[in-house]
Design a protein around this ligand. Structure first.
Ligand code: FBP
Length: 549
């Protein structure tokens, strides 16, 4: 494999680990748990994996003989920096538990389990990928396993190889799937355990037991570097407004974190848009007002951060998208045979109620077409394909033109659009993600060796130095509630959206007037892998503010 100088230097990086995992480890079980909502429904659907206790791994005194395991692992969903280190930690942990243990990687995500596409992850293979970004060691995919025939195929393939445990490295949907598999395998008494690992750059897989998902730290730092560079450019040329949409699907955690790291002029937070019941026009007015006031101060440039999924949080758009989800699921066959976007738009409009039909037909064609694109296998709108930043530039421009005519605006407005997402998902993991991921993988190996199933690996106390981190596991059922998907109520892990009473958001609120009217840009620069811990080991503002005493 060809290697850059940084890759060569990173090969020798030894991830920092919690003290409690370094010697003899003992398992400590806490109290029984219940799901975050809809307890009766979730318990009924998951009779074997509901209510299990939270687990912590602590320093022990009696060495244990762990049984031999063959373990399968998949990477599922969107890439996130650190996936290779989860696999490295899992490999090292399995070997520490029992030298006979073996690890197999199923390729291309969940479909690899059904199609029986795998490779053995030997010491040599794993070595090539330690501390690197990407998911290319075994690839990833978004196939949802939902039919019993698929589950049975997975059992058959695992039994052929002698696999007794599977590790699913994924986001909320993939871990929901992991929980469904764990339950099915337990019901069938297949003897196959399933352990999840919390991955997603979106940062929305977090709760009282999962402090953050891996990849969020590196992705936000990567985007913030780029935003900082753009802000320096804006402040140098003084002629453009940069509208920057940031990945994150529904939640605005990435947008909020990047705002705290870079101090842009406008930051939209979807959760606030929904709480205030804002319309698209309200959003446009808010941005146009900032542009006008900055022009009065002599600034005809600026930056606007937009969360990827904001359209789903504008109430009228949310209603429209929910109706489109149901209609596209219900009339899948009818829509599939329609040839042009115009035909699809016309057909769909006839199925919408009056209010949504009005909103839908008022949208620019390109934007309306993007709202009709295929849903992902979990029934989500593919918000990465909806170019809200371009729509907002056009709408702000139109509003300012009117204000100019009315003699209210004398400045200039020229918009540049950007979308940052794929740039950060495979970045070389920061020290935080390299350490966190390794520990998550190592913890997963202990959960397996202790015979657990239906658990997600968790590591707590993450703003403390790594040797004080607290590794353990939490039953996935405790994170679940019932939600509408593909037109039906389904058990899913509850997404963590931005908490409008939480410290990270309040920090933005406290500063946004000042950041809007003045130019207080921060230029974070690239991720540092070497050097003082105060620069290279620090984690996100979000986590630091959330955990501040
Ligand atoms: P996961 O939830 O699977 O981690 O994926 C997150 C994400 O990066 C979102 O931020 C984005 O909307 C989506 O994936 C893009 O998906 P795709 O890779 O299929 O284009």
């Amino acid at each position: 494999m060809l290697k850059s100088p940084l890759q060569i230097a990173r090969e020798s990086y030894v991830p920092k680990m919690p003290k409690s995992l370094k010697g003899i480890v003992k398992i400590v079980e806490g109290n029984k748990t219940q799901s975050v909502a809809d307890q009766a429904d979730i318990e009924k659907i998951f009779p074997n994996t509901y209510g299990m206790p939270v687990i912590t791994f602590e320093t022990g005194s009696e060495a244990k003989q762990y049984p031999v395991y063959k373990v399968g692992v998949i990477l599922s969903g969107g890439q996130a920096p650190g996936g290779h280190n989860v696999i490295s930690g899992l490999f090292d942990g399995l070997k520490a538990c029992n030298q006979e243990n073996k690890l197999y990687g199923f390729q291309g995500g969940p479909s690899g389990l059904v199609d029986n596409q795998f490779i053995e992850l030997s010491r040599e293979v794993v070595l090539e990928y330690r501390n690197t970004g990407g998911f290319d060691i075994i690839g990833s995919g978004r196939t949802k396993l939902e039919e019993e025939a698929q589950f049975d195929k997975v059992i058959e393939n695992c039994q052929k190889l002698g696999i007794k445990a599977l590790v699913v490295i994924g986001g909320d949907d993939s871990n929901t799937n992991a929980c469904v598999l764990a339950e099915y395998f337990a019901q069938k008494k297949s003897g196959i355990q399933v352990i999840g690992v919390p991955k997603t750059i979106d940062g929305d897989l977090k709760n009282e037991v999962v402090e953050t998902s891996f990849g969020f730290d590196t992705a936000c730092k990567t985007y913030s570097e780029l935003i900082g560079n753009i802000q320096r450019d804006a402040n140098s040329a003084k002629k453009y407004y940069h509208f920057i949409r940031l990945m994150g699907r529904s939640a605005s955690h990435i947008c909020l974190e990047c705002a705290l790291e870079t101090q842009p002029n406008v930051t939209i937070i979807s959760e606030e848009v929904e709480q205030k019941g804002m319309t698209l026009d309200d959003l446009v007015t808010e941005i146009a007002d900032v542009v006008m006031k900055r022009a009065e101060n002599g600034y005809n440039f600026g930056t606007v951060l937009i969360p990827e999924g904001v359209v789903e949080f504008v109430p009228a758009m949310k209603k429209l998208i929910a109706s489109l989800n149901d209609i596209l699921a219900k009339y899948e066959a009818e829509v599939a045979v329609l040839e042009t976007n115009r035909d699809r738009r016309d057909f769909v409009s006839t199925k919408l109620d009056e209010e949504s039909a009005e909103v839908f037909t008022s949208l620019p064609n390109a934007f309306a077409n993007q709202l009709m694109l295929d849903r992902d296998p979990h029934g989500n709108v593919q918000v990465s394909m909806i170019e809200t930043e371009k729509l907002l530039i056009d709408m702000v421009k139109a509003k300012l033109k009117k204000r100019k005519k009315a003699g209210e605006f004398n400045g200039k407005f020229s918009g540049q659009s950007h979308f940052f997402g794929y740039e950060g998902r495979c970045a070389t993991p920061s020290n935080f993600d390299a350490d966190y991921c390794f520990t998550l993988g190592y913890t997963a190996s202990l959960l397996i060796s202790e015979g657990k199933t239906g658990y997600m690996a968790s590591v707590k106390n993450l703003t403390a130095p790594a040797d004080q981190w607290i590794p353990g596991g939490a039953p996935i059922t405790m994170m679940m509630n019932m939600e509408r998907r593909h037109g039906e109520m389904k058990p899913v892990i509850q997404k963590a959206l931005v908490d409008l009473k939480g410290r990270p958001f309040l920090k933005l609120v406290e500063n946004r007037e000042d950041w809007a009217m003045n130019t207080r840009y921060l230029y974070p620069g690239p991720i540092q892998y070497f050097g003082p811990a105060s620069v290279s080991d620090i984690t996100t503002f979000t986590l630091q503010l959330e955990q501040a005493k």
